[in-house]
Design a binder for this molecule. Structure first.
Ligand SMILES: Nc1ncnc2c1ncn2[C@@H]1O[C@H](COP(=O)(O)OP(=O)(O)O)[C@@H](O)[C@H]1O
Ligand SMILES: [Mg+2]
Length: 275
């Protein structure tokens, strides 16, 4: 039988959905589950609005210094430019070849203070909004769109809530889109909107993860409300009180059952990608 576990190597997976639906939480848990399966993982925090973001969830409170924002490596907001007004690709500071055409060699090209390494995981931050009046976060999203590297990583890309990144075509260079849906109507309507974007982009690989599910009854209610989108549900993640408690302390912890649910989702993705 073909070994399926390698099927996600090199894939760029975008995690999208409503604010608070659990995107960053699921990115953190997927990073853990993928590493346990033997993958190398590149997690990219592309949410400019969130001061600590993935860094605290993954590293906890002991490690104080977050990675430097990648936008600085690429010359800052002005140099990078907004992906709508300046759709040209991201380039290195002293080289005009687009990054997606000549992928970055992380260890040779990027100084160590731009990333955090943990076992098989490497974490980057695209950039954070720090100053009042700093301007639009489009350039940070261009970094998210074009930061492509050499090596055998599975990329997990955590983005800002909502759908703005689709307006900026950030999704153009991703292989799989996962939409996190919590039990709210808002979340369901955002998922439906994303489905329309995926149709326009001719992106077939998009899947829904139902998150924070307390009971089968709630799951069934959500499935009903999803209509045709129900065929896109790839998995369900329970509402986990260990997540809620641990997050107050800093570093994310979860029940074994939750991680098992995440691993099942990964296995389904591996099977789809193997076809
Ligand atoms: N499966 C879950 N069970 C319990 N709480 C969860 C679960 N997933 C996420 N949460 C909680 O929901 C809140 C929002 O999660 P977060 O990952 O920050 O969402 P997002 O990144 O989509 O804005 C956090 O407080 C997190 O602890
Ligand atoms: Mg988040």
């Amino acid at each position: 039988m073909k070994n399926k576990w390698k099927n996600l190597i090199g894939k760029r997976i975008l995690i999208s959905g409503k604010g608070g639906s659990g995107k960053s939480t699921l990115v953190t848990l997927m990073a853990k589950a993928l590493q346990e399966k033997g993958y190398n993982v590149l997690a990219l925090d592309g949410d400019a609005s969130n001061p600590y973001g993935l860094f605290k969830l993954i590293c906890g409170t002991k490690k104080k210094t977050p990675p430097k924002p990648l936008i600085e490596f690429f010359g800052g907001i002005e140099k990078v430019g907004c992906p709508v007004d300046q759709p040209s690709s991201l380039t290195r500071l002293n080289n005009h070849i687009p990054v997606p055409s000549k992928r970055i060699d992380i260890l040779k090209e990027i100084p160590k203070d731009y990333f955090v390494r943990r076992k098989r995981l490497i974490l980057f931050q695209a950039g954070k909004i720090k100053e009042y009046g700093q301007g639009c976060d489009g350039p940070i999203e261009k970094v998210v769109r074009d930061f492509m590297v050499k090596g055998n990583y599975v990329h997990l890309i955590d983005v800002k809530a909502g759908i703005e990144h689709f307006g900026r075509k950030i999704s153009e260079r991703v292989d799989i889109i996962l939409i996190v849906v919590d039990p709210t109507l808002e979340s369901i309507s955002i998922a439906k909107r994303i489905r329309e974007f995926c149709k326009s982009m001719k992106m077939k690989d998009f899947w829904l993860i139902l998150n924070k599910i307390r009971s089968n009854k709630i799951r069934s209610q959500m499935i009903k409300k999803l209509g045709r989108l129900k065929d896109r549900v790839i998995g369900t993640v329970q509402c986990d009180s260990k997540i809620i408690k641990s997050i107050l302390e800093g570093k994310l912890k979860s029940e074994k059952q939750t991680l098992k649910e995440i691993k099942e989702i990964i296995e389904k993705l591996e099977n789809f990608e193997g076809k």
